[in-house]
Design a protein around this ligand. Structure first.
Ligand code: KG4
Ligand code: ZN
Length: 346
């Protein structure tokens, strides 16, 4: 089954053709990074407008790269939540129009489910159940993947997502957007023990995260140094902050894996590209003799191949979206879209 997938939840207009959830026939990404860089972060209205301009071209290119015409496609899939609402709406409306004009089934895909599914492409043998640390710009979740379309969140951030904290800390250090990526680069030359940050305390659920205190600690460290006229080594501060974030992620993942007696761990989302996280999570899995699944680097950040992968399993489990499908800025990974059961609107 060949699925044409569309992703427009943030600042990448992406399309792909994926066969049977695992084989990527084409994957195209039109990135807006250079434009948002000027403003130090994603400007939602600019993102929506660029998606509107790019989407027809990237859909045509994905078909062309795969050597296929629309008549050879079996379904259209689209990210419908969560994300920037104006950005999501461009992809959702385009996908609905395609489905309407071709008569193809429409599949609505949750963004975080698709990040997890990036692992199915990199690791063809991976099948649920497994445990997944989902770390992106907007979310930090620890998820039991019971089945391809059945998820349970066992830990989450109480405030900032890991990627958001990395981005904000990077910005306060004067690094350009995208902060997390640039912090990772610059921290390679730093001493990760130069600064120490206290582990934030989270009450009620020992598996939950909190990153906003760490981020504030970095900002305060920079302000204090400025007031005293002291120079701060950005590579040292970046490396130390990154170590604090990664060790929090790894410690809670270890607790959760043990608590839930899991032996297979996957990592997903943009922050899964982080070199320190990848190194430390490998060490953790080696120490505990757990199997580890990491997406290959191009599949860590937003792309449509992962949407096509998840869409296949959504389709197999009977999830079909009506042409009244809406986009949602927030939506739990555990839930299906409210419209997915409204069959009368097909
Ligand atoms: O999954 P993603 O592409 O978009 C969302 O769904 O949010 O994640 C973007 C996040 C950003 O916060 C970005 O700074 C972070 O992933 N990121 C990284 C790296 N590459 C991207 N963070 C740390 N190290 C990286 N190498
Ligand atoms: Zn994402």
């Amino acid at each position: 089954m060949k699925i044409l997938a569309i992703e427009s939840s943030c600042d990448e207009t992406a399309t792909a053709v994926v066969e049977n959830g695992r084989v990527v026939l084409s994957s195209v990404i039109a990135s807006q990074v250079e434009e948002h860089k000027i403003y130090g972060g994603v400007v939602p209205e600019i993102a929506s407008r660029r998606h509107a301009e790019a989407i027809s071209g990237v859909v045509q290119k994905a078909l062309c790269d795969a050597g296929l015409t629309l008549s050879e496609i079996d379904a259209v899939a689209v990210t419908y939540a969560p994300g920037l609402i104006g950005a999501l709406l461009v992809g959702v409306n385009y996908a609905k129009s395609l489905a309407f004009s071709t008569g193809l089934p429409l599949i609505a895909v949750h963004h975080l489910r698709s990040h997890i599914a990036a692992n199915y492409i990199t690791h063809p043998s991976l099948e649920p159940p497994f445990f997944c640390l989902v770390v992106s710009g907007g979310h930090s979740h620890m998820v039991m993947v019971h089945d391809y379309t059945s998820f349970e969140i066992v830990g989450r951030t109480r405030d900032d997502a890991a990627g958001e904290a990395l981005d904000k800390a990077a910005r306060s250090m004067g690094l350009s957007y995208p902060g997390g990526l640039n912090l990772d680069r610059i921290a390679k030359n730093g001493n990760d023990k130069a600064f120490t940050f206290p582990r934030p305390r989270v009450h009620d659920n020992e598996l939950d995260f909190s990153f906003s205190g760490l981020k504030t600690a970095v900002i305060n460290t920079i302000h204090n140094a400025k007031q005293k006229g002291e120079e701060i080594s950005v590579p040292d501060l970046g490396a130390s902050f990154q170590r604090a974030v990664v060790s929090f992620l790894c410690d809670n993942t270890e607790k959760a894996m043990k608590l839930h007696k899991m032996k297979r761990l996957a990592v997903a989302g943009g922050v899964s590209a982080n070199s320190v996280l990848r190194r430390e999570i490998k060490n953790l899995c080696k120490k505990n003799n757990w199997e580890l699944f990491l997406p290959e680097l191009p599949l860590c950040s937003d792309n449509a191949a992962m949407v096509g992968a998840q869409a296949y399993y959504e389709y197999l489990s009977g999830n079909r979206a009506p042409l009244s499908l809406n986009a949602y800025a927030t939506m739990s990974i555990e839930k299906n879209s409210p419209e997915l059961d409204r069959k009368e609107l097909f």
